[in-house]
Design a protein around this ligand. Structure first.
Ligand code: PLP
Length: 386
């Protein structure tokens, strides 16, 4: 068996920059003008910005006028959700719409934004999820009423990898004339997204999840959807996102998206195969393991495992000592790990929610790494159980 000193199986947290993307970022750093300046330096920068916007728009099936560049997933999600809320509170005709429907398995960027809006008078309604993390479309239809302003559901879950029925949710929202925001941070770059045919009004994404730079992302705002800006300042991004654009980051994101979509089918097949091998080996070597979430309908790169009789944090620390980066729950302020809110929402108790671990792979991983992780994992679990 090949021995590794470092293995990275935590790509849903963030992913390494693609070397080709780094080249594009470095090159764009040389274009120093402010895209809002009217002189030659500004024009050079604006040209690059426009080219990157067109490229991202084409790759996602959007029109370039429908894309806002942001500092990443969290800002896109805040801009979408708070933007819809602020826009309607200024519009007397729609003031009665104060209900927002979501799921309890969303990322904290959504949950905390909604918590804030609740303090501002919004009514937040959570759809139930079952033990596999699935939602019910019937429940969504039942929950929608005259007060519903927005539905926000993620495309793919970062912890368990479940894919949610975005087409169907979008159709329900369209039929009822309700805005639909989708947090696609874990989906863009891992699955094909064609915004021409996807019935969403707003869609958030983030470059560092698909081998792009950190601190840059985007929000798709379908033509005709009105939003109030989150903060105030310059007139950039159609007055929707004040502040000088992160040009090199945006160019890097466009390149990263191009590269990741170029071989998506082939790479997805490879990543899925690696995940299957990892799961097969682990299930064979280690007793008391259960894969959590939907088995079929999930991201090809994600596996979330319940390890009976083992604390996830201890497992994570021991894996780290062996050079293996994985993830469990979410780090809380004290630096330790909180039980996963996703697993708790699925009805599992705290012990189980603490005894779980997530591996998330990418095309840069290999079968040799999978073998090594399976071997180390089984040794560590055996030790911890003793
Ligand atoms: N939404 C999901 C599903 C995520 O996984 C993440 C990041 O982990 C975010 C939103 C936040 O994205 P960012 O780190 O770019 O702010």
């Amino acid at each position: 068996m090949v021995h590794f000193s470092k293995i990275y199986f935590d790509h849903n947290a963030t992913s390494p920059l693609h070397p080709e993307v780094l080249k594009v970022v470095n090159e764009a750093e040389g274009v120093f003008g402010n895209p809002s300046s009217i002189h030659w330096a500004g024009r050079e920068a604006r040209k690059k910005l426009s080219a990157a916007r067109l490229q991202v728009a084409n790759l996602l099936g959007a029109h370039e006028s429908e894309l806002l560049f942001t500092s990443g997933g969290t800002e896109s999600i805040n801009t979408a959700i708070q933007g819809v809320w602020k826009q309607q509170t200024g519009d007397s005709k729609q003031k009665s719409r104060h209900q927002i429907i979501t799921t309890p398995v969303e990322h904290q960027a959504t949950l905390r934004t909604l918590e804030f809006l609740e303090s501002q008078g919004a009514e937040i309604v959570f759809l139930k999820v079952d033990a596999q993390g699935k939602i019910s479309l019937e429940e969504l239809s039942q929950k929608i009423n005259d007060n519903t302003l927005l539905v926000s559901v993620m495309f793919a879950n970062n912890e368990i990898g479940n894919l949610y029925p975005i087409h169907e949710i979008g159709k329900i929202c369209r039929d009822q004339n309700i805005l639909f925001h989708c947090d696609a941070v874990q989906a863009v770059g891992k699955t094909l997204i064609d915004l021409k045919n996807l019935p969403v009004d707003l869609l958030s994404f983030s470059a560092h999840k698909f081998h792009g730079p950190k601190g840059v992302g985007g929000l798709f705002v379908r033509q005709g959807v009105a939003l109030a800006p989150l903060h105030y300042g310059g007139l950039q991004e159609k007055k929707m996102r004040a502040g000088t654009e992160n040009l090199s980051g945006i160019c890097g994101m466009a390149k990263a998206l191009e590269l990741v979509l170029q071989d998506l089918e082939k790479d997805t097949f490879k990543i899925n195969r690696l995940k299957e091998i990892l799961e097969e080996k682990l299930l064979l070597k280690v007793g008391g393991l259960q894969i959590q979430g939907e088995l079929e309908n999930r991201l090809s790169n994600t596996t979330n495992l319940y390890v009976e009789g083992v604390d996830g944090e201890s497992l994570l620390l021991n894996l780290d000592l062996a050079g293996i980066a994985a993830s469990a729950g979410s780090a809380c302020e004290s630096g330790s790990i909180d039980p996963s809110h996703v697993l708790l929402a699925m009805g599992f108790d705290e012990v189980r929610a603490r005894g779980s671990i997530r591996f998330s792979l990418s095309k840069f991983n290999t079968e040799e790494e999978v073998d090594f992780v399976a071997e180390e994992f089984s040794k560590i679990v055996e030790r911890l159980r003793k």
